[in-house]
Design a binder for this molecule. Structure first.
Ligand code: SF4
Ligand code: SF4
Length: 160
């Protein structure tokens, strides 16, 4: 397995059992972040797309932009999934990882602003266990060169 996929799978594993709140936050919003349509989806991290080649609950579509010098891909689902197989972006939402000269920082993902009721409370409104796990996942991703480039580019594009 290449080092990029290995880092992404490690980050996914770290975030496997945590959720943004200790309660089921989807009850407050009707699971708004899972309610995409045929054209919107969750951004796949480098190396993730082939994992969904024969997926029963969703499919991969091309995005109309590139990240880290490579065409980006989105995962479009029907609003339910096998939790252990959900993409990394679903596990990190509503946070965004921003690589720093040393390690990485977390902030609320601006794409969650119009979707997620937790956006307004910021980082301090999220469950400590979720924040800690997201911080560990961020460090893993920032150490891997392709994931780092992908996240740097994503942070830059979201600031435009
Ligand atoms: S939109 Fe926010 S509050 Fe709603 S399910 Fe997703 S993460 Fe939880
Ligand atoms: S893959 Fe699962 S967690 Fe991700 S958007 Fe679809 S239903 Fe929600």
């Amino acid at each position: 397995m290449d080092t990029t996929l290995c880092a992404v799978l490690k980050a996914r594993e770290v975030l496997q059992d945590v959720t943004p709140l200790n309660a089921d936050c989807g009850r407050f919003c009707g699971a708004a972040c899972c309610a995409g349509d045929d054209e919107t989806g969750m951004l796949l991290f480098p190396g993730e797309a082939p994992l969904y080649r024969d997926c029963a609950f969703g499919r991969v579509i091309p995005a109309n932009f590139s990240l880290g010098g490579k065409p980006a891909r989105l995962f479009v689902c029907g609003g339910s999934c096998a939790r252990s197989e959900r993409p990394l972006a679903c596990r990190i939402f509503p946070l965004l990882v921003s690589p720093q000269p040393q390690g990485a920082s977390l902030r609320m993902d601006p794409r969650s602003a119009g979707v997620c009721p937790l956006y307004g409370s910021g980082l301090s409104g999220l469950a400590p266990g979720f924040r800690d796990a997201a911080g560990r996942a961020a460090e893993i991703l920032a150490e891997e060169p392709e994931c780092r480039r992908f996240l740097q580019d994503l942070s830059r594009q979201l600031e435009l």
